[in-house]
Design a protein around this ligand. Structure first.
Ligand code: AKB
Length: 315
């Protein structure tokens, strides 16, 4: 069978950089076209500059490169999004429309759209949040993801576009650092511990949030894309989770490796965003429909994060 020709938008980001590497490992380097608004210094070709709002350029690339699948990761995240709400809406929504229209017109086989736990809000049941529930997001990022999920379902029903989506929780990885999210503290804390520096957390100690280790996130993302189409019963977006923890809990776990590591708490505007999100997620629909099965819990993830970060620093 011919391997897919895949375009990844937002490929320089925390998830994009890892996803591109794994897709290239599975489908061959030349079949994966990474794209973003700027070219990184350590670029691995094939790479193309695509501003997701530049519709003409996007369509040209899709057509010329004979793209058969798109992973559309380019977006502004929750915390950064609040600094410029209208621009966030424009990038997140118009960017998605450009992808959906290109996918429809060029008869793309499959599209991946990442949604987020940010679609949930203060009126959502916070514990073991069901797949289908109240979703009244408190951020423009969450609003754009919720609207995006519904547009994905609309294009699936109206145009038979095979678009698949998961609601990512906070993603923790040792590669590229995240930028502009509310769950970013849970990555930064590991870097500080390994660098033997103190850490000031921008969330309060008992703020529980759903989280997922990068390796699980990447495998889940490719698994949902590889699943037979009839297994994908939810065409908005699937709940996805691996673990749930508070800043105090991850601090305690890290202290098992670094007993002298010190963390203090200074909640800022991101506290209200985190408070509007749920504590834990029921992802049984993803488990039952297409076999979602995360491997990492907090203990295993902490060991792996520290091992990789130490390796990178040569300590
Ligand atoms: C963020 O914090 O904005 C993201 C997310 C949960 O979607 N990591």
């Amino acid at each position: 069978m011919k391997p897919p020709r895949i375009l990844v938008t937002g490929a320089n980001g925390q998830i994009g950089s890892e996803l591109v590497a794994e897709l290239r490992r599975r489908y061959g380097k030349s079949n994966i076209l990474a794209s973003d608004i700027f070219q990184p210094e350590d670029v691995i070709e094939p790479f193309g500059i695509i501003n997701i709002l530049d519709n003409e350029r996007l369509r040209q690339v899709v057509e010329q490169q004979e793209v058969t699948q798109i992973y559309h990761l380019a977006a502004i995240l929750s915390a950064k999004g609040e600094q410029n709400p209208l621009q966030t809406w424009e990038i997140n929504m118009q960017g998605l429309f450009n992808i959906l229209e290109a996918a429809k017109d060029f008869k793309i086989d499959k599209v991946f759209f990442p949604s987020s736990i940010a679609v949930f809000g203060n009126n959502t049941p916070a514990i073991n949040t069901p797949q289908h529930t109240v979703a009244e997001p408190a951020t423009v990022y969450g609003m754009s993801k919720l609207a995006g999920e519904n547009w994905c379902q609309y294009y699936n029903k109206k145009y038979d576009l095979d678009i698949r989506s998961v609601r990512y929780p906070g993603i923790i990885g040792h590669g590229q650092k995240p930028g502009g999210g509310t769950t970013d503290y849970a990555v930064e804390i590991y870097h500080k511990a390994v660098d033997k520096e103190d850490f000031e957390c921008f969330l309060s100690e008992n703020t529980a949030l759903p989280m997922l280790y990068m390796e699980d996130a990447i495998n889940g993302t490719i698994d949902i894309m590889e699943a037979p189409a009839d297994k994908i019963k939810v065409r908005t977006s699937y709940n996805l989770a691996g673990m749930s923890f508070t800043p105090a809990e991850v601090y305690a776990e890290i202290q098992k490796h670094y007993p002298d590591f010190k963390m203090t708490y200074k909640p800022d505007f991101r506290q209200a965003i985190a408070d509007s999100w749920t504590d834990s997620i029921d992802d049984s629909a993803a488990r039952n429909d297409w076999g979602w099965q995360p491997k990492y819990d907090l203990t295993k993830m902490t060991e792996d994060m520290i091992m990789h970060l130490k390796e990178k620093r040569g300590v």
